[in-house]
Design a binder for this molecule. Structure first.
Ligand code: HEC
Length: 291
């Protein structure tokens, strides 16, 4: 608790001293994510560093004792091997999917070649030719369901449940999005800037916590790095049931005094592209649980 308070005070002090400057300045310097950690070759390629406890680099935690808390992604699956709410959500997702996909249109609309769901999750967010922009999987689930007059609102339990079911078909497959060119690269760059842009009542950027204060205690949890996060969403949260990645971003916005946006908004999709690129190489692991 004391650490959390000290952290909050320290960050607020920094924010106050910058009062005169533009109210939405960047959290300089923008970290160069290629490469961030020693041995991190590409976007992101950090999985080998996390999957083995003995290889965790304590410099990322700032303190060797906190190493294990730093990034628990390497413990999935199964972080929680017992049956939890994520498993029930998966069943719900399967039912909804089967009802929607009786004639195969739903899978085709989501971009599943020959109706095959395997690997689909690892390619999202992706560029949609029809919409001429980058879309997240949950946004497409909402759109494709709407074509059949079904409401699966992005951010709802049912929408996330279908997304979770999609992800389960990619269990263990590495996330693989290409942000090297075109609209995906542009979305990545916008997401990268957003991730570093300070905003809101406390004047924090995502990076103020997830890059510059990794390992610190905030609200009873230790802040982790942005690497590998996208691979275990939608996640079962003991307090919110099921949470998509964009809803998690909204939660962090709320917690740090920033007006949250709707899931599916352009800014959240850009941040999702950025976070997913930093998750390249990490195996999809669902259903995961976070408290
Ligand atoms: C005030 C500090 C703070 C800020 C600012 C903040 N977060 Fe978080 N975030 C946390 C904490 C604490 C957690 C829970 C512990 C963890 O998993 O890192 C968390 C969790 C997350 C997770 C889930 C990690 C997991 O393993 O499930 C994601 C993704 C995330 N934040 C993204 C963001 C993004 C994107 C932004 C900027 C829009 C942001 N956060 C801003 C503190 C912050």
């Amino acid at each position: 608790m004391r650490t959390a308070l000290l952290l909050a005070c320290a960050l607020t002090a920094v924010a106050a001293s910058a009062e005169e400057s533009v109210y939405r300045e960047l959290d300089y310097p923008i970290d160069n994510y290629l490469p961030k950690v020693e041995g991190d070759m590409a976007l992101s390629g950090t999985y080998p560093l996390w999957k083995d406890r003995t290889k965790l680099d304590w410099r990322m935690a700032g303190n060797p004792e906190e190493n294990w808390r730093l990034n628990w992604k390497f413990m999935d699956p199964p972080f929680n091997g017992a049956v939890h709410g994520g498993h029930f959500a998966l069943d719900r997702g399967e039912d909804l999917y089967k009802a929607l996909n009786r004639d195969g249109r739903f899978a085709a609309c989501l971009g599943a070649g020959k109706g095959k769901l395997r690997g689909l999750r690892t390619r999202y967010p992706s560029y949609n030719k029809e919409l001429k922009r980058v879309v997240g999987l949950e946004e497409m689930i909402e759109r494709c369901a709407a074509r059949q007059d079904q409401v699966l609102q992005n951010g709802s339990y049912d929408n996330s449940a279908v997304s979770l079911y999609m992800a389960s078909h990619s269990q263990g497959l590495p996330i693989r999005i290409d942000v090297s060119k075109g609209p995906m690269k542009e979305a990545f760059e916008r997401g990268r800037i957003l991730y570093h842009t300070k905003a809101g009542r406390l004047n924090f950027a995502c990076s103020s916590c997830h890059t510059h204060n990794v390992g610190q205690l905030v609200r009873g949890t230790h802040i982790t790095t942005p690497y590998g996060d996208a691979a275990h969403f939608p996640v079962y949260r003991t307090k919110y049931m099921l949470q998509s990645l964009q809803l998690r971003i909204a939660e962090c916005n709320l917690d740090s005094g920033v007006q949250p946006l709707r899931p599916g908004s352009a800014a959240y999709t850009d941040i999702e592209v950025f976070l997913t690129a930093l998750t390249n190489g990490y195996p999809v692991s669902v259903p995961s649980e976070r408290d």
